[in-house]
Design a protein around this ligand. Sequence first.
Ligand SMILES: [Cu+2]
Length: 176
Amino acid sequence: MVATVYAGALAAALFATGSASTPSFSLDTSGVFTPSAKSAASKALTYDQKLVPTGAMINVRQQSLPNGTTKIELRVAGLVPGHQYGAHIHQKACGVKPDDAGKHYQDKAGTDAAHVNNKNEVWLDFKTDAHGIGQATTQHGWAFRKGQAGSLVIHSQPGTKGSRAACFSVPFGGAS
Ligand SMILES: [Cu+2]
């Protein structure tokens, strides 16, 4: 993961004077879920092995453009077929306890409906196919504040009602 992040940073530095479509920050990181009780050091932790079994895989990509646009792609495999999951970017890295990832990352802080939505937060809800594979993509017109977006949490159901089934630590990149 370190090498991937480093490569992304290096590419950003090399191409900083490129066209508007050249990313100012990019990362591509993958993980295999392990039970949180057994391996707190893992960056992919499952809290609910019925919904996110040990060995399930996740891949997350971020591309941020010089104009401030942030694109996030999520891919998962090995989950329950035909299930609707919720997923959001949270503030902190994952820990042994589901709540360790903290709250949702928000562009503008707030607790009302004007702030808790998929425009001001990064939601990547998805439904798995018959093989347990799922994917989601989002794009926002704003950049993360550096160091304030630390994980992607998979929830038991879409939206904001579901419990936290698994967590993947991702050092999302901030504005350049
Ligand atoms: Cu969440």
